[in-house]
Each structure stands twice: as C-alpha cells, then as structure tokens.
Design a protein around this ligand. Structure first.
Ligand code: NAD
Length: 275
C-alpha cells in the first residue's frame, strides 16, 4: 500500500502521488508541509511564484527525512524566463528551499507572447547538466509549444504539468506527450473546488461501492490513468484521506464512466493568455 514510483525519460524516478502547495500561505507552509510529511508524502510540488519555498524548505529540513527519500519540484516564473534571469531565479529558489539540488525544475507557463520559452528551456538543460536539477520539464505547454522544444533543442521534457481532471482531460496534449515519452502531471486534479467533480453521480457511486470518498475515487482515477498527482489541502485529515488510495482499485466500468465525464471543463486560464 505504498506510493508507486514512475520512471521518467531521463531514468530518474518520481513518486506518483505527492502534495501541492499552491495557495498555501507562506506563514502556514511549514506547519502544513510538516503535516504532509508526517502523513507520509515525500513528493512536494511548489513554485517560486507561490512565495512559500522557504516554508517548504524549513519543513523538509526539520523533518529529519533523508534527502534521497524526498522529491521536490519548483518552477521558474514567467518574468524570469531567459538565460541569466532564469539562472538567477533558479539559484534563488534553491537558496529559499535550503537545498543543493531539486528533483524537478519546470518552466511554469510557456508565456508565448514573450517568446522566451525555448531560450529558457536551453537554460534548464544547462542547469540539469550541472546536477542542481535532476530532471527538468515544463508546465501548461500545449502541443505547438512542445513541438518547438522538440525541433529547436535536443532535450525532451521529463514531464508536462497541466490542468487535468476527469471533466478536462486534454486529449490532444496528453496523446502527444505519451508519444514522446513525456509524463503528465495533473494539476487541479480535484477540479480545484471550482468544478463540482466530487458531486458527480458516477463518482459518488464508485465511492460508495468501495467505502471510500469521492476525492479518493478521483485520485484513484488519476493514478490508474498514469498521471502524476499532488492534491492540495491545508487540513491534515484531508491530506491523510488523499494519501489513503492504495487499498482499492476502480473497476474497468467505473474507470470508463468517470472518464466519460469529459466536458472540456477548464477551470483556469488558457496557457496562451498567461504572461
Ligand atoms: P486541487 O484540485 O488539488 O484542489 C485543491 C482543493 O480541493 C483544496 O483547496 C480543497 O478545497 C479541496 N480538497 C482537497 N482535498 C479534498 C478532499 N479530500 N475532499 C474534498 N475537497 C478536497 O487543486 P490545486 O491545489 O490547484 O492543484 C494541486 C497542485 O497542483 C497545487 O497545489 C500545485 O502544486 C499544482 N498546481 C500547478 C499549477 C500550474 O500552473 N503548474 C496550477 C495550479 C496548481
């Protein structure tokens, strides 16, 4: 009943289930991440723009957990894309996290209007070469953005972290990613509370059938799809609930009926519009 690991296209492994800290207040972050580590999470997803890397770092340091057991992701914010600015931003993130390497460093959004994501990607490749990011990837990239990385550089992203849940499955970009060995990380895996996924009849029926909660059913759907997920909660009992998903499996029919919830239900901004 432990968290499975997936092998990325660079040979490194990643725990398939982690804990995300978007919208976790900086002042609360150390407590919340400490709770998550005590519950059993070893994979933490943060970003420079979340403003809480220091709190994450403090929780990691005081946990006493061996660095090799932890998997830490952070992300380059849009206004730092480029070469020197990205190198500086990366150094700042490492320092705030109190780490000498991160497991995964991502370009947070393509921000295509600025046209710097290819240059930034080359910078991330240099960072990876230095060993200070074990793996590198992207976030919120659509097919045309990925295509540019594949044609203009020789490094394939290890992951693409995108908004994805049963009502918004992003078939085009996930198929492209699969074809090129890029793992999908699903953000907003529960619909961020903005899409009423947990009330869908097929979800509540599966939850009842297994004696689990709707959130556990959705997380299970992601795991069985092959997605990497890191649902977020400030509440310890929900952290534990979201982690307790390895003692049941959705049947083929349950999985299919939940997959049929696709509605094109994007809850957040379009990647071309975030700069
Ligand atoms: P989420 O779908 O995980 O939703 C979180 C919300 O769901 C919580 O605030 C809580 O209200 C609710 N929730 C959590 N557990 C629950 C449970 N067991 N039962 C009922 N409700 C529950 O959305 P998220 O936090 O936005 O996404 C997860 C992580 O993805 C983030 O913390 C962050 O690390 C990452 N993320 C990345 C991007 C990006 O642009 N790359 C954007 C958003 C989020």
């Amino acid at each position: 009943n432990s968290v499975p690991t997936l092998t990325l296209n660079d040979g490194h492994t990643i725990p398939q289930l982690g804990f995300g800290v978007f919208k976790v207040e900086p002042t609360e972050t150390t407590r919340i991440v400490t709770d998550a580590l005590e519950v059993g999470y070893r994979h933490i997803d943060t970003a420079a723009v979340y403003g809480n890397e220091e709190g994450v770092g403090q929780a990691l340091a005081s946990s006493g957990i061996d660095r090799s057991e932890l998997f830490v992701t952070t992300k380059l914010w849009n206004d730092k894309q480029g070469t020197q600015s990205a190198l500086d931003a990366f150094d700042e993130s490492l320092e705030k996290l109190g780490l000498d390497y991160v497991d995964l460093y991502l370009i947070h959004w393509p921000a295509p209007a600025n046209d710097k994501f290819v240059e930034s990607w080359k910078t991330l490749a240099e960072i990876r070469k230095s060993g200070r990011a074990r793996s590198i990837g992207v976030s919120n990239f659509l097919v045309p953005h990925l295509e540019r990385l594949l044609t203009e550089t020789d490094v394939v992203p290890a992951v693409n972290q995108i908004e994805l849940h049963p009502a918004y499955q992003q078939a085009e970009v996930t198929a492209f990613a699969r074809e090129h060995g890029i793992h999908i990380e699903a953000w907003g895996p529960l619909g961020q509370g903005k899409y009423p996924l947990l009330e869908e009849g097929v979800v509540t029926a599966a939850a009842e059938a297994h004696g689990k909660t709707p959130a556990q059913v959705i997380i299970r759907w992601h795991l069985q799809t092959g997605n990497i997920v890191f649902p977020k909660s400030n509440r310890r009992e929900r952290m534990a609930e979201n982690f307790d998903v390895f003692d049941f499996e959705l049947s083929h029919t349950e999985f299919a009926t939940i997959s049929a919830l696709e509605r094109g239900g994007r809850v957040s901004a379009h990647p071309n519009e975030v700069n």
